[in-house]
Design a binder for this molecule. Structure first.
Ligand code: DQA
Length: 137
């Protein structure tokens, strides 16, 4: 199984960024553990702070992976473009969030991705990514 994880803005700062909300582990450390736990899964990983780059990667991923795990971070709540990209591609996308966005500020309750996602996983810390992965198995 081929899976790509696409992370949006500020997720490159995991480990240092608001550890009370997002934990103390870097994404690289977590991803390494995930790869060891699921050796049969071929993982790709892409992170960008730039909206257009995320759209470009979603388009390029279409047809080349069994699934896309997308944490568009703040763009989740603002980006019609990323929402349209998820709608435009055939490869299933699972939206993930580390924090429980429903329990946070009102502006985080809206997602432009969810209506076109296969499903949404939120609030389980970095484990949200693993739960999303299991949905493709
Ligand atoms: C986030 C939640 C978003 O609201 C926030 O802007 C992020 C991270 C999460 O994973 O909990 O950057 O997507």
């Amino acid at each position: 199984m081929k899976i790509i994880i696409i992370n949006g803005p500020n997720l490159n700062l995991l480990g240092n960024r608001e550890p009370g909300t997002y934990g103390k582990e870097t994404f690289e450390t977590y991803l390494q553990k995930l790869k060891e736990k699921y050796p049969d899964v071929e993982f790709s990983y892409f992170q960008s702070n730039i909206e257009g780059e995320l759209i470009g990667r979603l388009q390029a991923a279409d047809g080349n992976f069994d699934g896309i795990i997308l944490n568009a971070a703040a763009y989740t709540h603002t980006s019609v473009g990323i929402g349209d990209a998820v709608k435009a591609i055939a490869t299933p996308v699972v939206e993930v969030h580390i924090s429980n966005t429903s329990a946070r500020e009102e502006f985080r309750h809206r997602s432009f991705i969810a209506p076109n996602a296969k499903g949404v996983v939120l609030g389980f810390g970095l484990q949200s990514y693993e739960l999303a992965l299991l949905s493709f198995e």
